[in-house]
Design a protein around this ligand. Structure first.
Ligand code: SF4
Length: 152
């Protein structure tokens, strides 16, 4: 299962398949990470510095974190894509096809000047989360999305 947790400053990626339940995140930042709560990550409960430090202690790589750099990532379901917005300008997108049982990601791209900010991973995770919630299998013919999927 893939989940993307966001606030104004940061985006946190969680890949449950990699989680070894070592609970370092819970110990490091107990108000944010709480397996007894739904959702189990609540970024409003502590400041960015403490969250960042706790995530960097995760031994499995199940958790990852990036700054948002004021870029918003959202689903554009009507057009079968997730999009990244700098104010009202689309600066990245991840495209997919969908049937009753599965989705297939076939393209991920961000404008060159926005590279290195984790935006492409946020775009892919937005779709993985959407697929997880819809109980659909994910396929990929996009090399970048495949790389993210193989992080499992
Ligand atoms: S620190 Fe990482 S491996 Fe451990 S419980 Fe948290 S997410 Fe899972």
């Amino acid at each position: 299962m893939h989940r993307l947790y966001e606030n104004q400053d940061i985006s946190v990626f969680w890949n449950s398949d990699r989680c070894r339940h070592a609970r370092r995140c819970v110990t490091g930042c107990p108000r944010v990470f709480d397996f007894a709560r739904k959702p189990w990550i609540d970024l409003s409960k502590d400041d960015t510095q403490n969250i960042w430090k706790a995530i960097k202690e995760c031994p499995s790589g199940a958790l990852d974190i990036v700054y948002n750099h004021e870029i918003i990532v959202e689903m554009d379901q009507d057009n079968h894509r997730s999009i990244a917005l700098d104010k009202d300008q689309i600066i990245g997108e991840c495209d997919f096809t969908e049937d009753d049982d599965s989705i297939t990601i076939y393209h991920t791209e961000t404008n060159r000047e926005y590279g290195g900010k984790g935006i492409a991973k946020r775009l892919v995770y937005k779709i993985l989360e959407y697929a997880d919630r819809a109980c659909k299998k994910v396929n990929s013919t996009c090399s970048y999305a495949t790389k993210v999927l193989e992080e499992q």
